[in-house]
Design a protein around this ligand. Sequence first.
Ligand code: ADE
Length: 231
Amino acid sequence: MKKIGIIGAMQEEIEALLEIMTDKVREKKGVLEFYCGKYEGVDIIVVKAGIGKVNAAMCTQCLIDNYKPDAVINVGVAGAINDDLNIGDIVLSTYLQEHDFDVTAFGYEKGVIPRLDSSKFYADKKLVDLAYSFNNDFKEINLHKGVIVSGDVFVSSRGLKDELESKYNAYCAEMEGAAIAHVCYLQNVPFLVIRSMSDKADGNSPKNFDEFVLSSAQNAVRLIKDILSKM
Ligand code: ADE
């Protein structure tokens, strides 16, 4: 894999990558700005999608259409759902699911998308394993493999947090990953979602998010650098 598309929702999530990439060229496609360049000999295309599933899906399709990446990595922060996770820890997606997809009126389980082969979008196992192989290099941060759920909601209550854990066995929640995974699944492009915890998706999450968004985003970028250097 030599051409990797990297998507973050917010500037904070891609800033550190923009600083370290070389041969950087900015290309505007509609409302999106793609930064094309290199890191450790790998071609990378870095883009800020904006927040939420629609922005993420639109950006992913545009990335695939224009650059035909060998794989897509979504990088950023998330709210921890699993109580074993600490702020800063990293979750590598096993699969992703859209937790706000609700056709329960027709008897479907919450999160199930009718008339689609699967509502669980599995990350590329080779990318997951490569990322996880750096676990020991992160002393103060733990890497986990787990389910990541996405919805157009910032999770900040014990009630929703408990529901996401019991219904989906979610490790963390964010607002874009499953949409990116969904598009990659439809377009047959391998992908991985890497999220570092900025908060614990509880009553303190807005305050914690503001405090930790930058440092946690940098943890996730640090792991991407490791991955790119072994490709
Ligand atoms: N991204 C970071 N923290 C989040 C939270 N608590 N809910 C949804 N998305 C997030």
